[in-house]
Design a protein around this ligand. Sequence first.
Ligand SMILES: NC(=O)c1ccc[n+]([C@@H]2O[C@H](COP(=O)([O-])OP(=O)(O)OC[C@H]3O[C@@H](n4cnc5c(N)ncnc54)[C@H](O)[C@@H]3O)[C@@H](O)[C@H]2O)c1
Length: 268
Amino acid sequence: MSALLDEIFDVAGSVVLVTGAGSGIGRTIAETLAACGATVIGADRDEDRLGEIKDTQGVEPVHLDVADAGAVDNVVNSIVENHGRLDVVFANAGIARGGGLTTPQGTIDAFDLTAWHELLDVNVHGVVHTVRAAARPMKRQASGSIVVTASTAGLRADPLVSYSYVVAKAGVVNLVRQAALDLARWQVRVNAIAPGPFKTNIGGGGPIDPAVEARWGSTVALGRMGETRELRGLALLLASNASSFMTGCVYPVDGGALLQSLSLDPAE
Ligand SMILES: NC(=O)c1ccc[n+]([C@@H]2O[C@H](COP(=O)([O-])OP(=O)(O)OC[C@H]3O[C@@H](n4cnc5c(N)ncnc54)[C@H](O)[C@@H]3O)[C@@H](O)[C@H]2O)c1
């Protein structure tokens, strides 16, 4: 890198926690920052996926269920114990579950309380626990960057995802703003990435059905789903000094999905 690029985007030596690092967006973020010289702690609740990242240079895999507040605290405490600091946290772990308010047949959906809680436990409470745990060392350091993976589904209604998913993602969007306000006096920044549809394992894993891919692609102005590598630039920006005057904001990376008006027919 040139000296100027270094000055702007350098993350070498930064200590970074990425949750949901075993797959998809989190894995790409963890691998990218590690390749740029950061020490990355890649947390996931899936042991097999942790096994897949264990040989990645610069990434330390750690087992973590972000829905467990005590476990999140323990992971953050041990990072600070082992590395002396925590510079950047990506609160990224998330799941997709549950149905809509109505079924495709037009009846009101039977409310699956278990799926509702399961999703909110990870996608809202997991983020709450992660942000709170990160805030302690960052406050002591008087520096830090927290990045939450929200979604375009948190910025508008979306007929292609579940009721609980849009509620959760809208919740974390305002959590980011509130936490940014709270933590600004210690120079701790909090922002969100709002991806549009990306090819990851969130739909269950395995090769994506071409019809499903085409349907998602049709919701995006650029006409296709995103590849996780297309999030690397924003991840590096938010992890580095390049974003030193950015806080409380939500950054869509969505191929223009937010420009489109979505079909109301989920079966289409
Ligand atoms: N893929 C998309 O189109 C898309 C769009 C917008 C937002 N997002 C968000 O991006 C984030 C990452 O999703 P992805 O698409 O990469 O999915 P993914 O399924 O490929 O990866 C998510 C990872 O999180 C892990 N995880 C799930 N629950 C966890 C928990 N309780 N504790 C720790 N780890 C847990 C999974 O094991 C998995 O490795 C999620 O917050 C998701 O809501 C995804």
